[in-house]
Design a protein around this ligand. Sequence first.
Ligand SMILES: Nc1ncnc2c1ncn2[C@@H]1O[C@H](COP(=O)(O)OP(=O)(O)O)[C@@H](O)[C@H]1O
Ligand SMILES: [Mg+2]
Length: 307
Amino acid sequence: MSLIEKAAAKLKKNESLVERAAKKLKDVSATEGDKSVSVNENSSMTSLETKRLNEKTKPVATMARVKLDLKVLQQKNILTSDDVENSMTTEEFRIIKRSLLLRAFSKGEAAIKNGNIVLVTSTQPDEGKTFCAVSLALSMAQERDLTVLLVDADVAKPDVLHTLGVKGSKGLIDVIENKDMDLSECLIRTNIPNLTILPAGKKHKLTTELLASERMGEIIDEIARRYHDRIIIIDAPPVLASSAASVLALHVGQILFVVEAERTREEELNDAFKMIDKCKNINLLLNKARFAGGKKKFGSYYGYGYN
Ligand SMILES: Nc1ncnc2c1ncn2[C@@H]1O[C@H](COP(=O)(O)OP(=O)(O)O)[C@@H](O)[C@H]1O
Ligand SMILES: [Mg+2]
């Protein structure tokens, strides 16, 4: 090879290096742009691995936000107000939350598996589960250094958003139904900094079956793992109306069982307890107890730990 031929070959080689570098740069910027990873046809990656990789690089969805009307919540006795009559209910929830929190984060021998997940249920509809779950969540969210996730799992009668006076769309049902959907896509932030909501989501005709499914258990376990430093309040369906509550009871550390004064029957209570007895920490809350005299109509008494 002549000297000139050698120089030409070298130049050509350099050119291809530059070309390769330029191509590499182009590839990188294309990947950054759509935040998804393209996989070479000859790659040995399985489609599952590819999906996981794409999932990791998905743009982070901004969390939905709602503004709770704190004045309205005070009028409904859900949030503490300066009015002494109204503040009685919220004072009662302060007492309730103390013992739940104590068990939620107890350490050592007293530690309870998934103790930070509290299931709120009762025997029948309308006994006050949502009222108590929301009141408790708001009371807990006022604690410093405590983050609260309120989950609406009563998909047949999803009232959490309505009780809080806000609207939402995606939720628990959508995550159960759609394996590709991440839990975080459905969370809603509120103007109470420590409070996040996971709504029930869209109505589905297979709802009860879905909620009582293995997948539901997986999701609760995932919530427990991911948000182990939070307190999670689940507004559950009534025990005697669907099998979902007893499935949920398998995955939570504590149950707050709402008993409606002058309404819930003892036989029903005994039947319900048999269905949720896998959870060893069941606390009873006597709700809607009437007060003799005074303007206050309802109260919530708490106690009678059931084991
Ligand atoms: N302690 C309470 N004080 C005032 N109203 C209450 C109380 N508990 C329940 N209610 C009201 O009773 C009705 C039924 O309660 P709700 O929480 O929706 O029942 P559930 O969730 O068990 O179906 C609602 O209108 C709720 O506001
Ligand atoms: Mg309800």
